[in-house]
Write a protein that binds this ligand. Structure first.
Ligand code: NAP
Length: 299
């Protein structure tokens, strides 16, 4: 249980509702800002005006998926009021307070470093990334279905990258009966992809593998689907780029060539906010509990 643990949660989207629910269930004292426009109630959490005094006795500060932007603004969908995190807020946090977010921009990292505060980026964690790959793959399939006139079953599909997202994506496509090529750069990934019944190739040979492709799902966060690759694709091909902004596709050239190329960030929060929220909530509550136990033991 998190009895007596003070949590301040600032902004976010529907995913944070699951986080609030879970923390209240565990008896944490939860204060929230940026939910004044929410039409349903948040049982057990206290709404508060965004003010420095809120930060004084906080054990865990929770920020949304993208902590803040480059100016410190916190994204919030349930309020029109601006939440801007600055040095003066962070300055009054107790030294033991941990700041949790999905991923941090340099602005937030610098704020935490300036006060020597622990910053945890949840999306960096393997467990969260692997669980998140499930709604990501489902969302990518949804986009594929919406943007093609063929079934995924029997399609010539390609997944670039065989990490946490690529692995799940390839398996989901295979499950639907697609022929799946997987672009890798490591021999052990090549071997694993082969063992799983995919058709692996090395990324260095991407060009030679693109001649007869219906769908490309990119998970490599660097320019990989270049103009040269796009020029070699059949005109029916659709590129769905899952890598974080700006993606790994030459979108300008794709448009010029008339190839459909779609950057699809943040799919878990879009297609399955409840599941995505539960993934974050489960991980967060365990981390806060571990932190509380360590503090109690004087570690
Ligand atoms: P990951 O586990 O690190 O996988 C990335 C893959 O890309 C690995 O297989 C890696 O190869 C490969 N790679 C990286 N740089 C490469 C390069 N220069 N050449 C060839 N291969 C390269 O990451 P992930 O968790 O799957 O996430 C992948 C991307 O998707 C990230 O940008 C992440 O932010 C994004 N993402 C998007 C969504 C969404 O909703 N669209 C959801 C979750 C994640 P090695 O294994 O050899 O390093």
């Amino acid at each position: 249980m998190l009895t007596g643990v003070q949590v301040l949660l600032l902004g976010g989207d529907a995913r944070q509702l699951e986080v609030i629910r879970k923390l209240c269930e565990l008896d944490a004292t939860v204060t929230v800002c940026g939910f004044d426009g929410l039409h349903s109630s948040l049982d057990g959490a206290m709404h508060a005006e965004f003010d420095e005094s809120l930060f004084e006795s906080v054990d865990a500060l929770l920020l949304p998926a993208v902590g803040t932007d480059d100016q410190g603004l916190i994204h919030t969908v349930f309020s029109d009021r601006e939440l801007k995190l600055t040095e003066k807020h962070v300055a009054v946090l107790p030294p033991h307070c941990t700041i949790y977010t999905g991923m941090a921009k340099p602005y937030l990292r610098q704020l935490c470093e300036g006060r020597n505060l622990k910053l945890v980026e949840l999306f960096d964690r393997d467990d969260v990334a692997i669980y998140n790959s499930i709604p990501t793959a489902e969302g990518a399939l949804m986009i594929a279905i919406q943007n093609t006139d063929i079934t995924i079953h029997g399609s010539e599909s390609m997944v670039l990258g065989f990490g946490r997202t690529g692995f799940t994506m390839a398996r989901a496509l295979q499950g639907l009966g697609a022929k799946v090529k997987v672009g890798v750069r490591r021999s052990e990934h090549f071997a694993r992809a082969s063992e799983m019944g995919f058709e692996p190739f090395y990324i260095s040979a991407l060009l030679q593998n693109t001649g007869n492709i219906d769908l490309i799902f990119n998970t490599i966060p660097t320019m990989i689907v270049t103009a040269q690759i796009i020029a070699n694709l059949p005109s029916r091909a659709v590129v769905i780029d899952l890598a974080s902004r700006p993606g790994g596709t030459d979108f300008r050239f794709a448009e010029k060539r008339g190839i459909k190329a779609i950057l699809a960030p943040g799919l878990p929060g879009i297609v399955a906010p409840k599941t995505a929220g539960r993934i974050i909530a489960e991980c967060l509550s365990q981390l806060i509990l571990d932190d509380t136990i360590k503090r109690g033991n004087g570690i």
